[in-house]
Design a protein around this ligand. Sequence first.
Ligand SMILES: [Mn+2]
Length: 336
Amino acid sequence: MTFHVEPKFMVISNSSEVIAIRRIAKEMAHDIGFDESAREEISLVVSELASNIIKYGQRGMITLTPVCNEQCEGLMIEAEDDGDGFNEHTSMKDGVSTSGTLGVGLGAVNRLMDEFDILQREDAAGTRIVCKRWLHDNSNHGLHCPFEFGVFSRPKLNETANGDTFIIKNIRGATLVGVIDGVGHGELASHAANAARQYVERHAESSLLDIFRGVDRACASTRGVVMALVIFDWTNGTFRYASVGNIEVKVFSYGNEKPKFIVRRGIVGKHAPSPVITENIWHSGDILALHSDGISTQWQWHDFAQYADYPAQVIAEHIYNAMQKDHDDATIVIVK
Ligand SMILES: [Mn+2]
C-alpha cells in the first residue's frame, strides 16, 4: 500500500511552478510504483494541465493524490482554474482559443489517463478536471477514450451564480456527457443544477432511465432542471441520448444519415416524464454539440463547417461567441 505517499498541491501562476509540479508528480509516480514510461506520461499530463492554467494569465491549482481501489493503486490529478480568462471583448483569432478554461489541448491528457472528468466548479466560474492513472490497466479494459471535448459555461450577465452546469465523465469504456440547466437563473437555479449534477456524477454507471428517475427525486425540493445526457460507447461506436426539456443537441456527420433524437417536455424534479432513449451510430469525424438555451438554437453546422478540424474547445467558443444571449446562463459542450 502507499500510505506513506502524501497528497501534494500547488497554486499555479507561473512557468516555474509548472516545472516544479511536474517534478513533484514524477517523484510521486515513482513512489507509488509506476514504471519509467508511465512516470513520463504522468509528468506530461501534469505539465499540460498546469500549462493550460497559466496560458492566459490565469491562476489555478494542481492537486496530486495517491488513490486505491479494490484492485490496485494509482494517482489522481486534479486541476482547477479560476475561470476569469474569458473576455467577451477579446476577439478570437481563427483556431486560437481565447479562453482560459482548462478545456484546451486536453486530447493527450484524456488518452494518457485511465479516468478523465471535466466538471464545473461550484464555488467559482472555473473548470475542474479530475483524472486518474492506475498502476495496472484495470479500468477501461485496455481502451483509451477516443473523444476530445470542449466546454464553455458562464452565468447570465451580472450574475455570479451559474444556473447551468455540465458533466463529462469517462466510465469503463464509455463517456457520459451532459448539460443541465436549472430553472430560472441565480442561486436557486444553481442549487438545482448542482443537485442534479451531483446525482448524475455519483450514478454515472446506472442506466439513463434510472439516472433521470433519480435526478427527478434528487431535485424534488429544488426548482428543477432541464437536462440532456449522452452516453458514448467506445466499443461498439454507438451513442445513446436522453433529454427532458429544452437542451439543444446537434450532430455534424459528414455524408451520413442524421441521427434521431426524441425530446420530452417537462422539468426534472417536478415529476418529469421518463425520457425516450434513442441510440444512434457514431461515425469517425462526427461532432456533437449540446447546449443550454443561453445559446440560440438558430445555427446550423453548415455555418461552422470551417472549424470542423479545429480542437473541440475552439469549436465550442466559436459557437458560443456567435450565438450566446446575455440574458441567460449559457453552456455548450462539444464532443468530437
Ligand atoms: Mn436557461
